[in-house]
Design a protein. Structure first.
Length: 248
């Protein structure tokens, strides 16, 4: 772009259209804002003879293929290379507006003769770094992951600023909600830690109390437990009942 801009700034007015044609034919140039700011391009609007080339540069900076078809008489005829570039730029604009693009819409908007031609164009745009996308032939859609930005008109800046304000507000709300959830999680963790510590302390007190009670109780004489076990047996109780029944 720097080389094209240097040539443009040093060119005579009659040579500016040729410079613009070379820029539009350049397969590596997809942004034209710096050229539009050149005083030489500004002069085209007042030249009458070359004004269409100023409009052509604006078309490639901001427009799409449909704009060209709707006002073809206002522009110079496009070369095959320029027409292909305008299709890429149209794809970029479509991808900027929706993350899922249907095959039928793309074939129509890009003026492709077939779905295969449209798929090839999308794949080429991916290789050029204009979009990052996945082609889903079963669903017949193109899923957009990333798209480069295009040049922006000055009159579009307020709208972009408003969208950025909305995005900033949404981010602030999300951050505030995240902070609230983090604080709630910390409070819950503190409560559970306190409950766990209290439970542990209570358990230690109970264990200590049980140990003291066991130590203070007298132990039974040797054989008493065995005697208690013997006298409490079912057989002993039946014998005792027979003895009592036979007593006077």
């Amino acid at each position: 772009m720097d080389a094209h801009l240097a040539v443009l700034n040093s060119a005579a007015l009659a040579d500016v259209p040729g410079v613009i044609d070379r820029v539009l034919d350049d397969d590596s140039v997809f942004h034209f804002g710096r050229l539009l700011q050149s005083s030489k391009v500004a002069e085209l609007a007042d030249s009458g003879q070359y004004a269409s080339y100023g409009r052509l540069l604006q078309l490639f900076a901001f427009g799409v293929l449909g704009d060209y078809r709707a006002n073809a008489e206002q522009f110079p005829q496009l070369s095959a290379q320029q027409l292909g570039k305008l299709k890429y730029l149209t794809l970029v604009s479509l991808a900027s507006e929706a993350r899922v693009l249907g095959y039928d819409d793309l074939v129509r908007e890009l003026e492709c003769a077939s779905e295969q031609e449209m798929e090839d164009l999308v794949i080429e745009a991916i290789y050029k770094g204009l979009v990052s996308a996945k082609l889903d032939q079963k669903r017949r859609v193109v899923e957009i992951d990333f798209v480069v930005g295009r040049d922006v008109r000055l009159e579009d800046l307020p709208s972009m600023h408003a969208h950025l304000d909305e995005w900033s507000s949404a981010c602030q709300s999300a951050l505030a909600e995240t902070a609230r959830q983090i604080e709630a999680a910390r409070d819950t963790a503190k409560t559970k830690s306190l409950e766990s510590r209290q439970f542990s302390e209570t358990l230690q007190v109970l264990r200590a109390a049980c140990g003291t009670t066991s130590a203070s109780e007298p132990s039974a004489p040797d054989g008493l437990d065995r005697a208690d076990s013997q006298y409490s047996s079912a057989e002993y109780q039946r014998e005792e009942q027979r003895t009592r029944a036979g007593a006077p």
